[in-house]
Write a protein that binds this ligand. Sequence first.
Ligand code: GLC
Length: 535
Amino acid sequence: MFMAQMHKWWQTGVVYQIYPRSFMDSNGDGVGDLAGITQRLGYLEWLGIDAVWLSPVYPSPMADFGYDIANYTDIDPLFGTLNDFDALLHEAHRRNIKLIVDFVPNHTSDEHDWFVESRSSRESSKRDWYIWRDPAADGGPPNNWTSFFGGSAWQFDEGSGQYYLHMFDVKQPDLNWRNPEVRAAMYDVLRFWLDRGVDGFRVDVIWMMIKDAQFRDNPNRPGWKPGDPPYARQEGRYTENQPEVHDVIKEMRSLVDRYDERVFIGEIYLPVPQLMHYYGHSLDEVHLPFNFQFIELATWSASTIRACVDMYEKALPEGAWPNWVLGNHDRSRIASRIGKEQARIAHMLLLTLRGTPTWYYGDELGMQDAVVPPEMMHDPQGKDNPQHSRDPQRSPMQWNSQPGAGFTQPGVTSWLPLSQDYQHVNVQVEQDDEHSYLTLVKKLLSLRQSIPALTTGSYTSLDGVPDDCFVYIREQEGKRYLVALNCSGQEQQLHLDHARQGNVVLSTFLDRNDQVELTNFVLRANEGCLIEIDD
Ligand code: GLC
């Protein structure tokens, strides 16, 4: 108990990401909204999550579905009003749920007043708030930088005869974070939401905020070919992870630290050694640099999972708190990536590892990517290559078996099609099924809450287990728990010499609570077990 109290809420808690367009539509327009989320908070409380991270809900032309912000301090009418936001925050807090909001500092919408002003002339007082460059000698773009969504990252502006930089959509001009006025204006935005009472921020593409001062060309990635993901085309040597970005992050963090108990999370896609720098030399940058290893794993196997967990644990700086992310709105859902059987294993892994877990709405049901016909796709990342569209993982939350899946009213067409499996993969059906995916996740969450070793205990992975199994011990104050995961579709025999006996507290099949001889026990195909080890 004493140990647990020394930890912050964001260390012992779990984070649930809501993509607001797709969670709950309260007004029958086919798009989710804030009042809808408020209506469904009871479900999240029942499930046992600690914090919600909300993707952007600010006024936006929706070229990138809210990641193109036209006003940082208001709510888009599609989602509601500031009053609706306050009501959501109030109701979440009443239920002991924290609310983390998305902060998108790298770029604004081209319809933000700042950009409208900046583009008005080369002499504009806000010209330098964005990244404007003269054309190259041949009139083409200033350098070879490509956008994450494909094509050049530079857009020519006829009116003023220069190019502006957009690392994402053409409607998302990059802000110039070398300009102190930009920093001051954006810090005001942070204060606006902190004063309103939000519990923290997830900062969008935080590692990309500063670009090379000399605008050098990025190296192309060898082997990239048309049809591969557009964001993989180039190494971001001069557009990402620039040394100066750390000063900006420190400034933001010190501002956040002036408020009690807020969390500061960074979206960072970098290899682990570089990711670690974002904790800051004195742990003065982000609290949690999102750890996307499970999202990025090329093969889901016991050895690759163990290697990435062990390597990450070893790389963590002294005092830094780990975290694990299973899914998000940018990548294919876990149950589609690794299959439904192994997705249960993935949830047991996520919720029994050391570190703050984050997962994506609907993953607790085993939701899979929806089939979205090309003509119904919206995502700018899929415009040239529908296979890279992120729409399939953004399909509406599946609440029940009724037409509209309880997401929207029957007869209303939702903004993205419902997944075809909604009639049997949904909250209502799974709440009543003692072996469902949802029941598994709820049990894992309640065990995580009641067993301190699972949140704040040590982690040790075990040798001498079958190649297809990943086995580790979580331990605190003499209490030891074994997590044994069979990452294959074949039965596995384990012979552990660490202890003689244990009790199965939970199997991913939710059908056993037996005592096992650890020197000789069997994991069924695709089974994971959490076992309390006898002293
Ligand atoms: C982040 C968001 C993604 C968005 C991009 C540009 O990666 O998660 O959805 O398209 O930033 O803001």
